[in-house]
Each structure stands twice: as C-alpha cells, then as structure tokens.
Design a binder for this molecule. Structure first.
Ligand code: GDP
Ligand code: MN
Length: 381
C-alpha cells in the first residue's frame, strides 16, 4: 500500500528525521492559510501516489500566501499520470545547495534489506541508475549482524565529504532504517535529501510503501489509506476479498484460481488479444462474488469484452452460472460477455445460462478466440 508524502513525512518526523514543517490542504483557501502560518516562502506539492510530480508541474514554489493560493488552485485541478490531485502539501521552502538520494527496500533477489544511496539525487535518480550506475552505492544488510552505525557512516560517506555532514546524514539514515523496519515497509526513500547553503541536511521529499501483508499489525499505516487515491475497482476487490490486478489490455478476465488466470492470460495473448486484468474469484461457490467480480471488471473503462473462464472443481459450475445470471439480472453488462464452463456440475450450469438466454462454451481455446474477436482484436484466423 502506498501512502502520501505528507503521511510519510509524519512518520519520518516521529522518528526524528528533519523534515520542513508543513500541512496538507484540500482547497486553495486552506493552502493560503497554511502558507501564512508558516511565513516566508513555501512549496505547494501535489499529493498523489506517483513519482515525478516535479516534472509534471505538481511541485511549485510560492513566495507569498496569495501566490500559494494561486499555485494550490492550479495543482488541485491537475491530473498527474492519470491520478486527479485532491490534496496538496504546503511546506516551508528550503534553499537547496545539493540534492542526494537515500533509499532502502526489501530486495527479493538477496532476500535482504538493501540500501541505495547517491550523491546525484533529485528528480532524475532513475536516469542516474540507468546511465551511470557507478554513482549509486549499494549495501545489503546481513540480518544476523543488523544495521550498524558503521553501515550508516559508510553510506553517508558516499554522499558527503564534510565530517559533520557525514555524521548528520548517518543519523538520518539510521532513523530511516528504523522507520522502515518499525512500519513493516517494502520501500522507504528520501529524494532529495538536501543540504542547505548553511550545511544543514533535510528530507525534502518522503516515500514509504507499506507491505500489504503486514497491515493487520500496522494500524497507524492502515488508517492512512486514501480511498480517493485508489482505483474504485481495487477498493471494491479488496472489500470483497477478491484477488485483482489491473492491466492495460481490453479483455476483462474473471477466472477461478491463480493458475487458470495465468493460463487464460497466455491464451488471450496467443490469440492476439490482451488482458485488461487478472481477477481471481477463488475456489468459493458464492454467487455474490460473481456479482462483485462483474462490477469490478466493468468499472474499468478500457474493457471491451469480458471472459468468464471457470474450471469447476470445488467451485461448482451451477453456482457460478447462478452468480452470472443474478449479476446480469441486476445489471446488464455494457460489453459482450463470453462464458466458458467446465467441470463439476457443468451440465446444470450450462442449463441455467441457456435458460437465461446466454450461451456457455466448453473449451478455453474457442472461448478465448471468441472474446478476442468480440473485443475487436485477434489474428483473424
Ligand atoms: P517528485 O518530483 O515527485 O519527486 O517531488 P519532490 O518533492 O522530490 O520535488 C521535486 C523537486 O522540486 C526537488 O528535487 C527539488 O529540486 C524541488 N523542490 C522541492 N522542494 C523544494 C524546496 O523546498 N525548495 C526548492 N528550492 N526546491 C524544492
Ligand atoms: Mn522526489
């Protein structure tokens, strides 16, 4: 789960990381008021769950409260990488002498916490990683040794030459490590970690991604969930306990079982289509889940056709058929639907659908071919 910069900054500040003071606003008027409280220049920053806000025009300096109001009004009307901006952070503007990057993540390859730091921080860190990887210092933390002060010093020395700055940065790095571990995060980042002309070090940006599997014991983080920033389909899927992954193709897939979902996506691709999502209704035979699944899939506007691919085992085809019938009764699907049913009680399932005026196919291949052609794609075999 992602949280906003202002929320990550609250957590960083609780851990003693120096963060410029600021507050979040959802109207231009509030932004003006906060700017007046802070006094002096401020930065108005779009709060959306995506990086590269600066380049997209979502981070703007304002010298006066009136200007902060103007900038906030402009940013609050923006969309950044498809996400509407509903809140802005108004924070004290810092004078910047240099920008570094510090971050840590749970690295799947080494199965360990891995630190990445660079003296070339700022908005182009991805570019630095691509073009000059030698400018990024890595450190993998051995869980038996733990994260020690000398690790922090080693990382900080890759960023600064001045002894005082190395110590200050090492202290921030140590605190960031603790914040990461305390919140069960999968990623924590400060980009940029700045120095001021006077030599002080501050965290000007903050990012923290929580591990979804740990949210049950991270109440403070769970409470930071922003439903406005989540796609409606994802919220619905989570509420209904369905496993859902949005993709950018045109065929909505409702499948029972993760393995079958994978196979279905492969076959769709094979026949020249592309899946719009991965939605697993699981091994349950609950018609309500089918209704929810249909709602989720049709909530995505780029879906041109829907494929139900059900392999009845513990899941009974007649239950799924009943779910489909009920779902279509309450809400006529806005796009063509292809249904493939096979396995336990398939005869009964097919009868339910036929009586309701829908047809059901038995093989995956013919069902996929049909849905791909209905979605307007395919190899034209
Ligand atoms: P991002 O683009 O989404 O990563 O947003 P950031 O918070 O990192 O801001 C982008 C860039 O805006 C930073 O790299 C800075 O160069 C600049 N910026 C952000 N805050 C300040 C500030 O307080 N003062 C100045 N002068 N520049 C800032
Ligand atoms: Mn940044």
């Amino acid at each position: 789960m992602k949280i906003h910069e202002y929320q990550a900054k609250e957590i960083f500040a609780e851990h003693g990381i120096p963060v410029p003071d600021g507050k979040v606003a959802s109207t231009a008027g509030e932004a003006e008021k906060i700017a007046r409280e802070i006094g002096g220049g401020v930065v108005v920053k779009a709060q959306v769950h995506v990086g590269g806000r600066g380049k997209a025009g979502g981070v703007k300096l304002a010298a006066t409260p009136e200007e902060a109001k103007e900038k906030a009004a402009a940013i609050l009307g923006m969309e950044i990488k498809g996400l509407p901006v509903k809140k802005v952070l108004v924070t004290r503007a810092m004078e910047i002498a240099s920008e570094s990057y510090v971050g840590l993540l749970l690295d799947r390859g080494s199965k360990r916490i891995t630190w990445l730091v660079s003296a070339s921080g700022g908005v182009d860190i991805e570019e630095v990683a691509r073009t000059s990887p030698e400018k990024i210092r890595r450190l993998t933390v051995d869980p038996l040794v733990g994260f020690r002060w000398y690790h922090a010093l080693r990382l900080a020395s890759a960023l600064y030459d001045d002894r005082g700055q190395i110590k200050a940065a090492a202290s921030i790095i140590t605190k960031l490590h603790k914040a990461f571990v305390d919140t069960d995060s999968s990623l924590a980042e400060i980009n940029p970690l700045i120095t001021t002309p006077g030599g002080e070090i501050w965290a000007v940006d903050a990012k923290l991604n929580a591990d979804d599997s740990a949210l049950f014991r991270q109440e403070e983080i769970e409470a930071m969930r922003d439903l406005d920033a989540e796609a409606p389909a994802e919220t619905l899927a989570r509420e209904k306990g369905l496993s859902y992954v949005p993709l950018d193709g045109e065929i909505g897939c409702v499948v029972n079982g993760a393995g079958l979902a994978m196979a279905t996506m492969d076959v769709i691709q094979h026949h020249g289509g592309s899946p719009a999502n991965f939605l697993d209704i699981g091994g349950s035979s609950n018609p309500e889940k089918v209704v929810a699944a249909l709602d989720i899939v049709t909530a995505e506007s780029h879906v041109k056709a829907i494929l139900f691919n059900i392999f009845g085992g513990i899941t009974r085809c007649d239950d799924v058929a009943e779910g489909i019938r009920q779902a279509f009764e309450t809400k006529e699907p806005s796009v063509p639907v292809v249904i493939r049913l096979t396995g336990t009680n398939e005869e009964k399932g097919r009868r339910i659908l036929t009586e309701a005026g829908y047809s059901a196919l038995t093989t995956m291949d013919e069902a996929v071919r049909e849905v791909v052609s209905l979605a307007g794609g395919g190899k034209g075999e």
